[in-house]
Design a binder for this molecule. Sequence first.
Ligand SMILES: C[S@@+](CC[C@H](N)C(=O)[O-])C[C@H]1O[C@@H](n2cnc3c(N)ncnc32)[C@H](O)[C@@H]1O
Length: 308
Amino acid sequence: MNLGLIHTTVLLIEAVNAVFGQAETDAPRSFVDATFGRGGHSRALLSRMAPSDQLIAYDKDPQAVASAADIEDPRFSIRHQGFDRLAELGPASVAGILLDLGVSSPQIDDPQRGFSFRFDGPLDMRMDTTRGQSVAQWLERAQASQIAEVIRDYGEERFAGAIAKAIVARRQERGPITSTTDLAQLVADSVKTREPGQNPATRTFQAFRIFINAELEALQTALTASLDVLQPQGMLVVISFHSLEDRIVKQFIARHAREQVDRRVPFAPPPSLRLRALGRIKPSAAEVAANPRARSAILRVAQRTSAP
Ligand SMILES: C[S@@+](CC[C@H](N)C(=O)[O-])C[C@H]1O[C@@H](n2cnc3c(N)ncnc32)[C@H](O)[C@@H]1O
């Protein structure tokens, strides 16, 4: 469905500056926008790239990929693939990678995609609507213990057990849950205390979305692949939107950028570090005021060293 939905790009200038880094070179460079969305970052990257550079974009969402047809630039190409396939680009082939994680506004704001408890729609939540199972299909068969684990691990929800039990009881009494509003109501009825200013279904919807799209596994795979794919001095730039994602990014960068002394062999030379941590950036108050969806964003930057 085309509702004319738009996506306001988060940390646009900051992310693009970070992807280019400091190094000036006349040699052709390849960059990766691993999360095309509606192409806000891609367009800004293209506007600053040299004529011989290339930009390879990825998105799992067929609607995002279709929207890229607007970009008529021979330096640009897009793949309808998950960014967990980054390793296929080959070793030391890329000068900068950007991951702007999570969902786009056109995904959240289209009731047919089933991402939001604010609209009534089918309980889907798949980014890639051409494969995999929807949340509704998964909930038809999942055991209460698995549902509870997902809500607890990916939603950090205190009432995970009660919500899972209610989902299974409802399935047995009245058939499976198929709509977003059904799920939101059931969660609201199962949660005993409410967090001020937050819909009671927020955590459960976040958990189901992360699970059904295997978001954290894909992030881990892409980060690991980036170590091989980036050239020496290449830039890794990641924007995350919740603490589970940011923790993975932060720990990954720290693991490859911080010298760790092996206590068993304290005088052994430290292993060579593959990343240099260059810090983090949060959106300005002005950006958050203009685009409230930017409020939880954290951008982290690291640079590949020349260590093998
Ligand atoms: C926050 S939006 C990106 C917005 C984009 N930077 C812009 O300015 O328009 C995230 C996008 O990443 C896509 N995405 C999320 N996880 C993905 C994955 N594992 N592989 C490929 N695309 C993914 C989503 O479908 C969504 O379109």
